[in-house]
Ligand binder design. Sequence first.
Ligand code: SF4
Ligand code: SF4
Length: 144
Amino acid sequence: MILPLLQGLKLTLQYFFSKKITLQYPEQKWDVAPRWRGRHVLTKHASGKIRCVACMLCATVCPAECISIEAAAEPDNRKYPEKYELDLGRCIFCGFCVEVCPKEAIEMSTAYELSEYSREDLILNKEQLLEPPVARYEPVKKAG
Ligand code: SF4
Ligand code: SF4
């Protein structure tokens, strides 16, 4: 009768003093690996021009069909995306769009706090994708 009780107590104490693998989010946050596939970012040349040439490869390869591009041309015939939208609500974060891009124009950041209150807010436009993701939820400072 007492033996199972002691065995249970031993197990409880073992877990109580073992290394914790959970974090008190959002006070604590994960340090994710550099190759984490998080929120996408469109990259720019040193001149500040968008690297994307609207070749549509990313939109074509995307298995979730979540990239939508409308191409336009500069006076020198260089193509660029007049509209570039990426629907994070559909994205499966496979990274194919990054792999296929011939211009290294799209990257995936380590940002993982992507929740929104509406589906529409999960659709990122070109301007949003050109900005690095901001930390959505700052660690809460405990009072006292
Ligand atoms: S990560 Fe995959 S699913 Fe998401 S936009 Fe890129 S190709 Fe599409
Ligand atoms: S992000 Fe890359 S693959 Fe996608 S349209 Fe632009 S240049 Fe092409």
